[in-house]
Design a protein around this ligand. Structure first.
Ligand code: ATP
Length: 315
């Protein structure tokens, strides 16, 4: 669907984005993360054809994006970080103008406008000038123009910006719905948004790609937390003999309950390990209270990825 090769962008002599490559094949929601100044907006501008790369290429459905590729641009929707505002224009006029820019005409345009306005709940303010809208409403106008014509590729720069919690939830539902028919690339600083929406994350650090991974893989833990009754003196020893277990550490073995952390070997299947651990506990005569995989802290994973790449905070 989208193929990005060695994308690079300089502002003067300063590199803002360096040698970024990735492909997205199927309809997915992909999060683009990174600290302030990491290069997210610059990447998104290049993906949507608003900014020319200094080097590298973006191809969408097999066609290279470049000057004069309006046909491709009509099939993508872009919500920029700062939507150019036309304060004197009404929402109706602005969306009509945006629809015409996308090549929509007649009934097709009317259907597209209705869908966008309903999806972003802008109907009640349709004939209001944009200058009179609150920040959250302006953001919804931006989203409405991005989804006009239900594009195959949606590029959303901080879609939750300026929205209240209820509107944010509504926005997430809308993004999920749109992703049934479109690939969505969204940038965000909000980890809850990543957790709630994204199937895959790309992390930028100092303009370079520091991490590209499915979220499920990042969340996958190699550690189990066991809580059982303290009836057997050599529980740690029994469990450490399992082939799936690399290390056992006692977190608490005082009193009638013990809590152990079990680190698994890299090639161990979590299900097999959990089955064997519970069997050993039962066979020893102890009571099994809980056995749960430790969830990995995503913020920490991202921080580590950025640190490995030598990235730093700008703010
Ligand atoms: P934020 O999270 O703050 O929006 P970002 O990850 O989107 O940041 P970019 O806006 O892409 O980052 O900026 C990447 C780098 O390029 C920064 O160092 C920024 O100062 C620089 N930059 C961005 N736009 C310009 C410009 N028009 N001229 C010069 N430098 C720029």
């Amino acid at each position: 669907m989208i193929d990005v090769k060695s994308l690079t962008r300089y502002y003067g002599k300063t590199p803002a984005v360096q040698d970024v490559s990735f492909s997205i094949n199927e309809r997915q929601i992909v999060g683009l993360l990174g600290h302030n100044g990491a290069g997210k907006t610059t990447v998104m501008k290049m993906l949507s054809g608003y900014l020319e790369p200094s080097a590298g290429s973006v191809s969408i459905s097999g066609k290279d994006l470049g000057p004069g590729t309006t046909e491709i641009q009509q099939r993508l929707g872009y919500l920029p970080e700062n939507l150019p505002v036309y304060p004197e224009m009404t929402i109706a006029d602005y969306l009509d103008y945006a629809a015409r820019l996308k090549g929509l005409r007649g009934d097709e345009k009317r259907r597209a406008l209705r869908y966008s306005v309903d999806a972003t709940e802008l109907g009640a303010r349709f004939f209001d000038p944009i200058g009179q809208l609150s920040r959250g409403f302006k953001q919804r106008v931006g989203v409405a123009q991005a989804i006009l014509g239900q594009p195959e590729l949606l590029i959303l720069d901080e879609p939750g910006n300026g929205l209240d919690p209820q509107q944010n939830e509504h926005m997430r539902e809308l993004v999920r719905e749109l992703s049934r028919q479109a690939t969505v690339i969204l940038s965000t600083h909000v980890m809850q948004e990543v957790n709630a929406l994204c199937e895959r994350v790309l992390v930028l650090s100092n303009g370079a790609l520091a991490l590209d991974s499915p979220l499920a893989v990042l969340r996958e833990s190699r550690e189990l937390l066991l809580s059982c009754s303290n009836d057997t003196t050599d529980m740690e020893h029994l469990l450490s003999r399992l082939p799936q277990v690399a290390r056992v550490s006692a977190l608490d073995d005082s009193g009638s309950k013990i809590t152990l952390s079990l680190e698994l070997n890299d090639n161990a299947a979590m299900d097999t390990a959990a089955g064997n651990i519970s069997r050993i506990v039962m066979e020893s005569g102890a009571k099994l209270y809980s056995l749960t995989p430790l969830r990995r802290n995503l913020e920490q994973i991202f921080r580590e990825a950025v640190r490995e790449k030598g990235g730093s905070h700008e703010s």
